[in-house]
Design a protein around this ligand. Structure first.
Ligand code: C2E
Ligand code: MG
Ligand code: MG
Length: 647
């Protein structure tokens, strides 16, 4: 805090004195000393008001004045200068007044008469003190204000700090939430990825399932079609052939029926494995369903390559399959079609291979290439199916009858009813041409009903015509046998026609016996219970398991004509015939030899103690009218040039 000389000389000074001369004198002294801001008054009562207005730095105050004296003025000044510091320099001639003046608030004295240096010194000192005081006061105020401001700032800072720390906490919380949200997001993202993977895996699985066979894992029909389509495209571009092989297992049905589906399934899996092993990686092996497989050979040079692959497949399937403690033998029939000769699209190629497979079936365990005439055959097959549907309504079926001869006595003891179809365009058709088709399309059931009724009423008619009663044998297909109303229909037909049940013999095939044993047993027992006889037709050609002979109440074994036909030329066939007859004798079953054509066969069968026989040697199957004539005249063994049906 530094006071300059100009601060002092510029200080404001008021002179209060009732005598003009004193005022003038003091003014002159002060101006002479350099003071610039000097006011004065001789009206003492105005002094206090002047100070209130102008706030002088120094008041030179005369004590003795008429009216308002110096003491009264100081009283008044105290009300203005609240801190009690009166900038008053008292002018007095009486020293006794000095103490009172000090008590009234005066700060110093100037004695009259004025001593110039003393007056100026006192004024200077007073001003210095006054200004310093004022300045310190100012600084104090400033300091106080600063302190106040600082306090405010501090409290502001504090509240800012508080709100900052609140905000920081909120921020921390927010960051934490963000972090957690981020973690959740990461977890969710991982989960989403996992889920997406799972969805993809499920989709892949579904795609796979849609294109593969569940049992064998092989491509299915759908995938094969796809690959075949692509292979045809490639073959077309490269001008190369390709081969399609249609495979059908031989006698799979018998195994499936006799050993159960579980084993059948295992066998199919085993076959699938062998097929895979026997073919190239680029080949597609697919399962079409059931026991059918299709193999696509996209990379062949010549048709002969397909024959090599077919040979490989046949060889691969030859060793027995060991399943459930059984050694199962299964062969396969293969039909082959070649692009572009046998078809230029998937459908035709598959159809051609399928047709060829049917031809291969005749030989079994073999393959056949497609030939154009097989197509004609397929068309013919189609027309037979259509024709069959109308044959029943139009009564185009007829039965022919073949006598069954008791070999020892030569008497006609029975008759076998054999169906024929009088086709409006093609003449008489034999069963082999239409029975398998009727079985496939289900028409075998109404056809069987018709045969049963026709045969029973015919047999009953002969009895009523006076002929001795003979057994009438009817061929039943496995499909009929499984029909729900099979037993009921027989019972009703016997009742309607009046034929005695013991005169009816049902010829069943080994297939029937091999099928589901519980229901088979109950149906067979029901038939036997009714007094009906049972014979096993084509004995020896089926899936050989002799145990069912003990199990089922069978009356007769019909020795298949293929053995009888060759028994005089083949020792093996003779041995089989001999064995079957021995079996019949031991198990107390009648033996009936089919297809006896020669006296030689007749003699041999007699020697082997075969009970009965039928064949061209005695008579071919003949229409009912002719059969009545035979009954009338008695059947005589005929010369060997008599052949086939009398049509
Ligand atoms: P199957 O029951 O074994 O009938 C014997 C077949 O041998 C008959 O053929 C008969 O004409 C023929 N045959 C008879 N004697 C001789 C002979 O000395 N030499 C030769 N080579 N053959 C002889 P068909 O009538 O053509 O019948 C064939 C098969 O059709 C039958 O075999 C039978 O399984 C089936 N069948 C015939 N009629 C019916 C029927 O009404 N219903 C059913 N489901 N199948 C029938
Ligand atoms: Mg028969
Ligand atoms: Mg037969």
């Amino acid at each position: 805090m530094v006071l300059s000389a100009s601060d002092i000389v510029n200080a404001s000074i008021l002179i209060v004195d009732d005598q003009d001369a004193n005022v003038l004198l003091l003014e002159r002294m002060l101006r002479g000393a350099g003071y610039a801001s000097i006011a004065s008054t001789t009206a003492s009562h105005a002094a206090c008001e002047l100070h209130r207005k102008n706030r002088y730095d120094l008041i030179l105050l005369d004590l003795q004045m008429p009216g308002t004296d110096g003491f009264r003025i100081m009283e008044c000044l105290k009300a203005i200068e609240l801190d009690g510091y009166l900038p008053v320099l008292v002018i007095t001639a009486q020293p006794e007044h000095k103490l009172r003046a000090l008590q009234a608030g005066a700060k110093d004295f100037i004695s009259k008469p004025f001593d110039l240096p003393e007056v100026l010194t006192r004024i200077h000192n007073m001003l210095e003190v006054r200004l310093l005081y004022r300045e310190s006061k100012h600084h104090r105020r400033v300091l106080e204000q600063t302190v106040h401001k600082l306090r405010e700032a501090e409290s502001g800072l504090r509240s800012t700090e508080a709100s900052l720390s609140k905000e920081k906490a909120a921020l921390d919380e927010y960051i934490l939430q963000l972090r957690q949200a981020n973690e959740h997001l990461v977890v969710a993202t991982i989960k989403a990825h996992e889920l997406a993977d799972q969805v993809q895996a499920a989709r892949d699985q579904m795609d796979y399932a849609a294109q593969h066979d569940a049992l064998t894992g092989l491509p299915n029909r759908l995938l094969l079609q796809d690959r075949l389509g692509q292979a045809i495209e490639a073959a077309r571009r490269q001008e190369r052939p390709l081969a399609v092989m249609f495979l059908d297992l031989d006698r799979f049905k018998y195994i499936n029926d006799s050993l159960g589906h579980a084993m059948g399934d295992q066998l199919l899996q085993s076959v699938a494995q062998r097929l895979k092993g026997g073919l190239r990686h680029s080949d597609t092996i697919s399962r079409q369903g059931g026991d059918e497989f299709v193999v696509l050979l996209p990379n062949i040079e010549h048709a002969e390559d397909a024959a090599l692959s077919a040979d490989k497949i046949l060889a691969a399937l030859t060793p027995p399959h060991h399943i459930g403690g059984h050694a199962l033998h299964i062969s396969v029939s293969i039909g082959i079609s070649i692009y572009p000769d046998d078809g230029q699209d998937t459908e035709t190629l598959l159809k051609s291979a399928d047709s060829a497979m049917y031809y291969a079936k005749n030989g079994r365990n073999t393959y056949k290439f497609f030939e154009q005439q097989m197509n004609a055959r397929a068309i013919q097959r189609q027309s037979i199916e259509t024709g069959l549907r109308r044959a029943l309504e139009r009564q185009e079926f007829v039965l022919h009858y073949q006598p069954v001869i008791h070999l020892l006595s030569g008497e006609t003891v029975g008759v076998e009813a054999l169906i024929r179809w009088q086709h409006p365009e093609r003449g008489i058709l034999l069963p082999e041409e239409f029975v398998p088709i009727a079985e496939e399309c289900g028409l075998i059931l109404p056809m069987g009903h018709w045969v049963l009724r026709e045969a029973c009423s015919q047999a009953q008619a002969w009895i009523q015509a006076g002929f001795p009663p003979i057994t009438v044998a009817i061929n039943t297909s496995a499909f009929e046998f499984r029909g729900k109303d099979f037993i009921e229909n027989i019972r009703a037909t016997l009742a309607e026609t009046g034929l005695a049940p013991h005169l009816l013999e049902l010829e069943i095939t080994e297939t029937v016996l091999m099928s589901d044993s519980v229901s088979t047993n109950s149906v067979l027992n029901a038939l036997v219970g009714m007094g009906i006889k049972l014979a096993i037709d084509d004995f020896g050609t089926g899936y050989s398991s002799l145990s069912y002979l003990r199990q089922y109440p069978v009356d007769a074994l019909k020795i298949d004509q293929s053995f009888v036909g060759q028994m005089t030329s083949s020792a093996d066939s003779a041995a089989i015939v001999s064995a079957v007859i021995s079996l019949g004798i031991n198990l107390k079953k009648r033996t009936v030899a089919e297809g006896i054509e020669t006296a030689e066969q007749h003699a041999l069968l007699l020697a082997l103690h075969c009970d009965e026989g039928q064949g061209y040697y005695f008579s071919p199957p003949v229409p009912a009218g002719e059969f009545a004539a035979l009954l009338q005249s008695g059947v005589l063994p005929l010369s060997e040039h008599r052949h086939r049906d009398t049509i």
